[in-house]
Design a protein around this ligand. Structure first.
Ligand code: RB5
Length: 155
């Protein structure tokens, strides 16, 4: 797979290890940075990865900051992005199977490198199941595009 990876200053070491790990598994990984431990605003790398995913330049994205929260929130502001911050491999897997996530995020201050590797493995090995989940993913898209949700007025 072709993947994009991005991070802030807190997550430089973990990003490097995860990038190498993904490459060792045969993935092509585009690193949008940062590779400096100087203070770095996470929306920059969150946006860059999200843009590449939304524009189908890559097949998916990995984002890492201190908690994974700020960088995933930033990515989710780009239309078409479904970024999930998680700390466990089960959530990562289900986020792909049920929610069709296209970016996975986690926190370098929250989890260790082995859990991070398990998270990317589970996420990349999982496939979106579609079916009954599609109506909900479509609703997420409807909220994004219209700032409204028809079904919310019907119940
Ligand atoms: C940086 O101090 C920290 O706020 C950032 O890495 C991240 O945790 C934000 O969500």
């Amino acid at each position: 797979m072709k993947l994009a990876i991005g991070n802030d200053h807190v997550a430089v070491d973990m990003k490097k290890e995860i990038k190498e790990y993904l490459e060792s598994k045969g993935h092509e990984v585009i690193d949008v940075g940062t590779n400096s431990t100087e203070r770095f605003n996470y929306p920059v790398s969150g946006y860059k990865v999200a843009r590449m995913v939304a524009d189908h330049e890559v097949d998916g994205g990995v984002l890492i900051c201190g908690t994974g929260v700020g960088i995933s929130l930033s990515a989710n502001k780009v239309h078409g992005i479904r970024a999930c911050v998680c700390s466990d491999p089960y959530t990562a897997k289900l986020s792909k199977q049920h929610n069709n996530t296209n970016i996975i995020a986690f926190g370098a201050r929250v989890i260790g490198i082995e859990t991070a590797k398990m998270i990317v493995d589970e996420w990349l090995n999982a496939s979106y199941e579609g079916g009954r989940h599609q109506i909900r993913v479509d609703m997420i898209k409807e909220i994004e595009e219209t700032q409204d949700l028809k079904a919310a007025h019907e119940e």
